[in-house]
Design a protein around this ligand. Structure first.
Ligand SMILES: [Zn+2]
Ligand SMILES: [Zn+2]
Length: 260
């Protein structure tokens, strides 16, 4: 599998991770923070499966624009976009985003016109979903709204996306049993001096990140990529993480394809 954190800056390519979209083999995408802003329209139109961790804007911001492109596609035999989300997140998408005020209610339009362009699939905790050759397992993590981590497996290879969350145990118990797990993409939002804010907002500091990593018995055999670094503290968090000199630990670079 190829996994890419899509870029989310305007103007110049930057290492900052303002928005969350994790593109897998240009086939499916975990979160849709910036996918709909991608300059390559063919790439956008090729993605028919979305998996949404939670309803915060940095993970959903480009969903309206992304759907707009698909509804304008005009294909003779349309392939629906399937949004996979848990019940409360699905409700938030319908009530807060596609509500005809924020953006047209594409679900209603799709149903009324019989377009067959959009479906919602409700995820349940730790019930794996198969999409093509991929198997995706959602696991509950601990954020201020209902949030799921995702474990993605294909042909014996596996990686986990764990964002957004405060300290959590269950995800590591599940990850421990995943054969072939070689990559964990783990959130790291704040430097250690902002521990208070990490606790209020249910995110991780650098020390939390190190602690969470240590919960995975096979951590030293896994690559860990830090994501969700707050842009104002980006350099500070990065140098703090590097000072731990942990093997296989880096900050994820937007636009780079990571092989799993
Ligand atoms: Zn969040
Ligand atoms: Zn976020």
């Amino acid at each position: 599998m190829k996994v890419q954190l899509l870029p989310s800056t305007v103007g110049v390519a930057a290492e900052h991770q303002l928005l969350s979209s994790y593109l897998i083999d240009e086939t499916l995408c975990l979160d849709v923070g910036s996918l709909g802003f991608h300059s390559n329209l063919d790439l956008q139109l090729g993605v028919k499966y979305l998996f949404i961790t939670h309803c915060h804007s940095d993970h959903l911001a480009s969903l309206p624009i992304f759907l707009d492109a698909h509804f304008g596609e005009g294909a003779d035999e349309p392939v629906p976009v399937v949004i996979h989300a848990e019940e409360s997140t699905a409700r938030a998408i319908r009530e807060d985003v596609l509500n005809d005020r924020h953006w047209p209610d594409f679900f209603r339009i799709n149903d009324e016109q019989g377009m067959g362009l959009l479906e919602m699939h409700i995820l349940e905790e730790e019930k794996p979903v198969s999409v093509g050759d991929y198997r995706i397992t959602p696991v509950r993590v601990d954020h201020i709204v209902d949030t799921l981590a995702f474990i993605v497996e294909k042909d014996g290879a596996a990686f986990a996306l764990v964002t957004d969350t405060g300290p959590s145990d269950r995800i590591w118990e599940v990850c421990e049993k995943i054969p072939g797990l070689s990559l964990v993409i783990l959130e790291l939002s704040f430097p250690d001096r902002m521990q208070w804010l990490a606790e209020i907002s249910k995110h991780l500091t650098t020390s939390d990140f190190v602690q969470e990593r240590s919960k995975l018995p096979q951590a030293d055999d896994c690559r860990f990529l830090a994501v969700h670094l707050k842009p104002n503290q980006f350099a500070e968090i990065k140098s703090q993480l590097e000072s731990h000199q942990l093997p296989g630990v880096d900050v994820m670079v937007p636009g780079h394809n990571y092989e799993v």
